[in-house]
Design a protein around this ligand. Structure first.
Ligand SMILES: *Cc1c(COP(=O)(O)O)cnc(C)c1O
Length: 405
């Protein structure tokens, strides 16, 4: 076994179950392991590497900024934060933003904003505010956020949990309507559930949710940490339904595949609930992260990565759906955000990922049944064609073994 795998097994908490490959370098849509073997990265760090590994413009900018100014905390203004947030707000149609580092912190920020808005603007009674989330959601791993989860493993052993959350069935608008009451502050939703297994809700769901939220004075907050910034073929996944949320959460690709950069964005009225000292983060909005974030957004626009995701994603989805195999129950997604759901009685998603890995294609199962395909948005057609061949052959191999046994 590799020395590096042994070291992690010995010294690292076993809170992940990585595929047995030790990566040492990356470029564009590819990564290399310690023996020099090349892999196509169809995982891209859960969409954090939408720009590809070590994008030239980002590397150059980091080299320049690292020598100028990196961390000062928000105790002072910098020449980097304002331009970054201005760009993020204009791109997404939001009025203001609060910068953080990881996705979970930005979700926590959204929860705080929604609750304080409920008390100070909507008039909800003290400590009664409720946030509605969806079955199958994934919004991060803090103790408050896992309180919203219905995945037993995310919660087991980590209670007690804070109150103030209510779950509705994802994709079911009647379930949402029934859950709204006078204490409802916000409806928090992923436009497509990523960790839940690339679950696409029925057409019109988000639009109907927006109408319900407007009618009942409830904030619609879209968690686009994974779906945002071009992943689904539009800059934001809510744009597929022409929806404009009251709050928006970004992360992952916002850091250009280089740094953790996240933010909560919203209308003025919502962001205005924050006063100096209410909320913060030592590293949030630091000049290095802000410079990287601004360049990451500029690259998305200038290279038109959302359109590329739409074209390449359509192509990949169509070709995958033409596969003739008994192992697959469903293939779904939007843009370069695709899940292949296998029949768990016939094979495991983990086995598919292991076999793909030995052929030089990296992906990762989500839950036991879904193989996630979310490559860097810069991937080209030849690379996609190669990936389709590998996937078809691996499924064929597993099927042959199954029939022979
Ligand atoms: C990854 C993810 C998060 C959490 O982000 P971290 O940076 O891991 O804290 C939250 N919401 C969604 C939809 C995500 O995909």
């Amino acid at each position: 076994m590799s020395k590096h795998i042994e070291l992690e097994a010995r010294y690292c908490a076993q809170n992940y179950h990585p595929l047995p490959v030790v990566l040492t370098h990356g470029e564009g849509a590819f990564v290399w392991d310690e023996s020099g073997k090349k892999y196509l990265d169809m995982m891209s760090a859960y969409s954090a590497v939408s720009h590809g590994h070590s994008h030239k413009r980002l590397v150059k900018l980091v080299q320049q900024q690292v020598e100028r100014l990196n961390i000062v905390s928000r105790a002072f203004y910098t020449d980097k934060l304002g331009p970054f947030l201005e760009k993020a707000c204009t791109l997404t149609g939001q009025d203001a933003a609060l910068p953080m580092n990881t996705g979970a912190e930005a979700v926590e920020t959204a929860i705080k904003a929604a609750r304080k808005w409920a008390y100070t603007v909507k008039g909800v009674a003290h400590d009664k505010a409720e946030i509605i989330a969806c079955s199958g959601n994934f919004h991060g791993r803090t103790t408050t956020i896992v309180a919203m989860s219905d995945e037993p493993q995310y919660r087991e052993g980590f209670g007690p949990f804070p109150p103030g959350f209510r779950l509705v069935t994802y994709g079911d608008i009647d379930s949402l309507e029934a859950a709204i009451n006078e204490n409802t502050a916000a409806f928090l939703v992923e436009p497509i559930q990523g960790e839940g297994g690339i679950v696409v809700p029925p057409d019109g769901y988000l639009k109907a949710a927006q109408q319900l939220c407007r009618k009942h004075n409830v904030l619609l907050i879209a968690d686009e940490i994974q779906t945002g910034l071009g992943r689904t073929g539009k800059m934001l996944a809510v744009q597929h339904e022409d929806v404009h949320p009251d709050g928006l959460i970004l992360g992952k690709a916002l850091g250009g595949g280089i740094l953790p950069v996240s933010m909560f964005l919203s209308r003025r009225e919502v962001m205005a609930v924050f006063r100096p000292g209410d909320h913060g983060s030592t590293f949030g909005g630091n000049p290095l992260a802000a410079a990287v974030g601004l360049e990451a957004l500029n690259i998305l626009v200038e290279e038109d990565l959302p359109a590329r995701s739409a074209t390449m994603g359509d192509y990949l989805l169509t070709e995958l759906r033409r596969m003739d195999t008994a192992l697959v129950r469903d293939i779904r997604g939007r843009g370069l955000f695709i899940g292949i759901e296998v029949d768990p009685t016939l094979c495991s998603a983990r086995t598919v990922c292991e076999k793909l890995m030995s052929r030089g294609l990296l992906s990762k199962e989500t839950h036991a049944t879904v193989v996630r395909l979310a490559p860097p948005l810069i991937i080209d057609k030849a690379e996609i064609d190669w990936a389709i061949t590998q996937i078809r052959e691996v499924l064929g191999e597993i099927d042959k073994l199954r029939l022979a046994s």
